[in-house]
Ligand binder design. Structure first.
Ligand SMILES: Cc1ncc(COP(=O)(O)O)c(C=O)c1O
Length: 369
């Protein structure tokens, strides 16, 4: 390596292998390309990840959230509790159905919704909670479900980043009224674009199937007003290939995270709650010093990195009030996380050498000023 600039390690590396390409070509040659046998098989097979709940495939994780809220009858006048420290999709889905997101703070360790803050935010207008299993760490679902049951609220898990994560042995997507997954290319598994909804409620699953397809079960016998949020069979075929690899990739992510946990000393490594199985969609550290300097140093050392998310949702333009101000939210842990976090590469294709370079760079950059 002397004198040679070491290769850049990207923050994420979507996998599109020969098996995915062959699956896509096979479907294209079959002529059955939209919501056909591959989608049905993918729904069936994905059930194994969510305690055999019903699964409904759609065209994205955002569609999964939006359709679920629609199917539950959430709309104007309703309040939905959601973390501000997430990707905007978590709150966009609430706004897209005409309801009001109520932003609640996170726990400092897990970066997920704080159950006590959730309980304190419930009002007579609250109809649902959207816990986000951020970075692949499960939210405190036992305590969040207790709040929901006390107030008779729906729970829509945003599991976009957490395929295969669990708490006390229960997989995410199998706690709430429904769970919503994303298959965007950088996720722990993908279908190019795609999403999946899991639910134990057969009636809800049927409504979701209608809503994703113009309200039709039988062609031209529309039962309700619906959208077109169908998954293609090409996407499903790719998703099925990826699903067969997910367990192995997850173990690799977890092993990578363990190595980083044991060797990074210059930054604060991510804690894991008791009984939680973290699947490390992101490996997210906190930097106490100058984060911009740390990011620059990492970049110089060839280590891809990113901040998820530099601006909490309540500070994004569509969520400001008429005066251009964030609402009355008090979210100290959210603000602190947004200022301190950096995600380092943890993807399953990292080599032992890559991991050593990440450790070395993190320890150097942690002291960067
Ligand atoms: C937390 C979270 N929720 C929702 C989504 C939306 O998923 P998609 O991009 O598939 O619409 C994403 C990912 O992009 C996400 O990270």
């Amino acid at each position: 390596m002397t004198g040679q600039h070491p290769a850049f390690i990207p923050p994420a590396r979507p996998i599109i292998g020969e098996a995915e390409i062959e699956a896509a070509v096979r479907v294209l040659r079959s002529g059955k390309v939209v919501q056909g046998p591959e989608v049905a098989a993918f729904e069936q097979e994905f059930g194994e990840l969510v305690a055999d709940r019903h699964c409904v495939a759609v065209n994205s994780g955002t569609s999964a959230l939006q359709l679920t809220l629609l199917a539950l009858g959430v709309g104007p006048g309703d309040e939905v509790i959601v973390p501000s420290f997430s990707f905007a999709a978590s709150a966009n889905a609430v706004r897209l159905v005409g309801a009001a997101p109520i932003f609640v703070d996170i726990e400092s360790g897990s970066f997920c919704l704080d159950p006590e803050a959730v309980a304190a935010a419930v009002t007579p207008r609250t109809v649902a909670i959207v816990p986000v299993h951020l970075y692949g760490h499960p939210a405190a679902m036992d305590r969040i479900m207790a709040v929901a049951q006390r107030h008779d609220l729906a729970v829509v898990e945003d599991a976009a980043q957490a395929h295969g994560a669990s708490l006390n042995g229960t997989p995410v997507g199998a706690f709430g009224t429904a769970g919503c997954f994303s298959f965007y290319p950088t996720k722990n598994m993908h279908s190019l674009e795609g999403g999946m909804i899991s639910t134990a409620d057969a009636g809800l699953a049927r409504t979701l199937r209608l809503l994703r397809n113009q309200g039709m079960e039988q062609r031209y016998a529309n039962e309700i007003v619906g959208a077109n949020m169908r998954m293609t069979d090409v996407a499903a075929a790719i998703g099925r290939v990826q699903l067969t690899q997910l367990a192995e990739w997850t173990e690799q992510r977890r092993a990578n995270a363990k190595y980083l946990d044991s060797n990074i000393t210059g930054m604060i490594t991510p804690p894991v709650a008791d009984a939680a199985r973290h699947v490390y969609h992101q490996y997210t550290v906190r930097v106490r010093g100058d984060r911009d300097a740390a990011q620059t140093r990492l970049q110089e050392l060839g280590i891809g990195n990113a901040v998820y998310y530099p601006t909490p949702i309540h500070r994004l333009k569509p969520y400001l009030d008429e005066d251009g101000q964030p609402g009355p939210w008090e979210l100290p842990e959210t603000e602190r996380a947004a200022a301190e976090v950096i995600s380092l590469p943890v993807h399953p294709t990292l080599s032992a050498d890559d991991l050593d370079r990440i450790v070395e760079a993190a320890n150097l950059a942690g002291g960067a000023r």
